[in-house]
Design a protein around this ligand. Structure first.
Ligand code: DAH
Length: 341
């Protein structure tokens, strides 16, 4: 028995040296210290041994058991340590690495143009006046000198809502009447920026949804000359150079006389191309002297007050500023396009 204990001890210790995980350590313990192990067997057979042999075997069995138990604890500790080192090695955390910078966006190119426009008119003494996108038929048409059923309403293809008399504004002009009703009888110098909606065929020149910046000046001695000077100066300040512009007689129900301002086409330089419909000019705004009926609807006496108004298309201006040839890019949400500005 003594010999068997010696052999078992040697074998067990030799095997233990190769174990490197908790599971095999437990198996090892079952084998060498469990019920069917040599050590347990030694304690069982002891009873049948002679008086002389019994203490020897008992002592030796205890020694072996203790040796194996402490060797196993030591091994277990070593395994744990090694696993920790391995984890430290593979899950290495380098606190000196620079952080990942979050992607920072920027203003949409049209918003940038809008802000340029605000700044220029701000310098000229105009305040920003905001009004609603969902409008009444009265503000969008009637108060702008287009009574119900007047054919001039057909100039704007309109999104109607299922609430009688409520529509999406087709232009920022209804804001003029809101501003007048708030300011009268004081003089006014405001710009009215915002989104407009038209039930229209989308093309490279026009979208269903677009922004406008309306302008309105009302006072006692305002003339068409003020309008021309203000808008020509606006174009110069915006493009920061002398730009070729022209005022072309036009018609809007809410102004009399009315004019559109064109800018030389940036694509063809005035030669004529598809973008300018072969005219060499691009329309950038509509304008005119405020119609007496509109002043009246706003609460001003047209005998005493006059005014001018205009409506700018910031998308068009952005196209001119950055030589963009398709207005649909603005709503496509394609970062490859937007990141360029
Ligand atoms: N509201 C017009 C449109 O959407 C643009 C416009 C023309 C605005 C003349 C004005 C104006 O204030 O005086 O087409």
């Amino acid at each position: 028995m003594l010999e068997k204990l010696d052999q078992t001890e040697q074998k067990a210790l030799a095997e233990l040296a190769h174990l490197d995980d908790e599971e095999s350590l437990l198996q090892w313990r079952a084998e060498y210290l469990g019920k069917k192990s040599t050590v347990t067997e030694a304690f069982t057979v002891m009873r049948e041994l002679s008086k002389e042999e019994r203490p020897l075997v008992g002592k030796r069995a205890n020694e072996v058991r203790q040796a194996l138990e402490s060797a196993m604890e030591a091994r277990r500790e070593a395994v744990k340590q090694r696993e920790l080192m391995k984890a430290l090695e593979t899950d290495k955390l380098d606190v000196t690495l620079p952080g990942r910078t979050p992607q920072v966006g920027h203003l949409h190119p049209v918003t940038q143009t809008m802000r340029l426009i605000y700044r220029i008119f701000g310098d000229m003494g105009f305040q920003v006046y905001r009004s609603r996108e969902v409008e009444t038929d009265d503000y969008n048409f009637t108060f702008l000198n287009m009574p119900a059923h007047h054919p001039a309403r057909d100039m704007w293809d309109t999104f109607y809502t299922n609430q009688e008399g409520v529509i999406l504004r087709t232009h920022t002009s209804p804001g003029q009447v809101h501003a007048m009703r708030e300011y009268h009888p004081d003089p006014i110098r405001v710009i009215l920026p915002g989104m407009c909606f038209r039930y229209e065929q989308v093309s490279y020149r026009s979208e269903m949804q677009f922004t406008q910046v309306e302008g309105l000046a009302v006072g006692e001695d305002i003339t068409f000359g003020d309008l021309k000077g203000t808008l020509s100066d606006f174009a110069r300040r915006l493009f920061q150079r002398e730009v070729r512009t022209r005022f072309r007689a036009s018609h809007f129900p809410f102004t009399e006389p009315s004019a559109e301002m064109d800018m030389e086409c940036f694509i063809c330089g005035g030669e004529g191309c598809p973008v300018c419909k072969y005219t060499g000019w691009l329309e950038i705004l509509g304008s005119g002297v405020v119609h007496p009926n509109v002043l009246r609807f706003g609460g001003y006496d047209p005998e005493k007050f006059t005014g001018f108004a205009f409506g700018i298309g910031p998308e068009r201006l952005t196209m001119l500023l950055h030589q963009i040839d398709d207005i649909r890019n603005f709503w496509r949400n394609d970062l490859r396009f937007l990141e360029q500005f």
